[in-house]
Design a protein around this ligand. Structure first.
Ligand code: GRG
Length: 295
């Protein structure tokens, strides 16, 4: 990672950690196992890519102040819920996430289901807290997050992913799965950041084009890491996609073409933001990081 991007991300990550701390319920109390499980998964060392994308989008359209923090943290809470549920025995049945036992291994299946549900509902709660955002803007952001992560977005993609297990490679199917499961929530993170700043429709169009492309590139990179990365680097088991007969981008087009496609998507994403001149650098560097990352 370039030094300047690494310090940009470290600084924003610090802001996100503090904001998450302020939004999460405290530990303790008689029924604290639920809040402990929520906190365990949220504070387990994620890259915070989605909230950082939201902040960078907020900044590029001239946003100032704290209005982006709740929408940015909402994207991370929803992401964390999806990871907790994805790791459950009924889904991917994973024991390790971010180098630590998964939520259901550390607590139990019931607590993991509840902690995921509680993070999802908290996400909507924090965006609609009084005096955080103008009510119409908060409602539009909730609508955006609900659409991108619900049956027409992430959950629809996940259902298609499960349904396609063991099927023959199909480029249309893999693009649908990636676009919905990963692309939609990543694009929504970019979009809600811009929405928090009251971005104009031309800005929304440019940032949507950027977000959709990096979302697809992100999942292609993840598929490649699942084949090429090590469990130590990834903090979770690798090679599971192939073992489960999951359809992946490199599985459909081959690893070399997948690398080329991810790079093309990143180049196109950056090009969609040409109009911002030098202000583009953070979003451009994040896009490059998405395909170059090692975990
Ligand atoms: C089961 C509710 C539910 C959803 C399933 C998104 C998803 C759909 C499951 C999560 C697991 C998965 C394969 C997601 C695809 C996106 C992805 C590569 C997530 C990992 O995101 P990073 O790299 O993770 O940003 P960190 O740990 O850095 O936060």
């Amino acid at each position: 990672m370039l030094e300047s991007l690494s310090s940009y991300m470290a600084e924003r990550r610090g802001v996100v950690e503090d904001a998450l701390e302020s939004f999460l319920p405290e530990s303790g109390g008689r029924y604290s196992r639920l809040t402990d499980a929520m906190r365990y998964s949220v504070f387990s060392g994620g890259k915070r890519l989605r909230p950082i994308l939201a902040i960078a989008a907020f900044e590029i359209v001239g946003g100032e102040g704290d209005a982006v923090l709740a929408p940015a943290c909402a994207t991370e809470l929803i992401h964390t819920y999806s990871l907790i549920h994805d790791d459950l025995p009924a889904m991917d049945d994973d024991d390790l996430r971010r180098g630590r036992p998964t939520c259901h291994k550390e607590f139990d299946d019931a607590l993991a289901i509840l902690a995921g549900d509680a993070l999802l509902t908290l996400a909507f709660g924090i965006v609609t807290q009084e005096d955080v955002l103008p009510p119409e803007r908060a409602a539009a952001i909730v609508r955006e997050l609900a659409g991108a992560n619900g049956h027409g977005g992430m959950l629809g993609g996940q259902a298609a992913d499960i349904a396609m297990e063991g099927e023959l490679p199909d480029i249309g199917a893999i693009e649908y799965i990636h676009g919905h499961k990963t692309g939609a929530p990543v694009a929504a993170a970019v979009r809600v950041g811009a929405m928090a700043a009251g971005a104009k429709s031309i800005d929304m169009e440019r940032l949507t084009a950027y977000g959709e492309r990096i979302g697809m590139a992100f999942q292609i990179a993840d598929d490649l890491l699942d084949e090429r990365g090590t469990a130590e680097e990834m903090g979770k088991a690798v090679g599971k996609d192939r073992d489960h007969g999951k359809m992946t981008y490199p599985g459909v087009v081959g690893a070399e073409s997948a690398v080329i496609r991810a790079q093309e998507l990143v180049d196109d994403a950056i090009q969609s933001l040409d109009a911002y001149g030098e202000r583009v650098w953070a979003l451009a560097e994040i896009a490059r990081f998405i395909v170059d990352r090692r975990n």
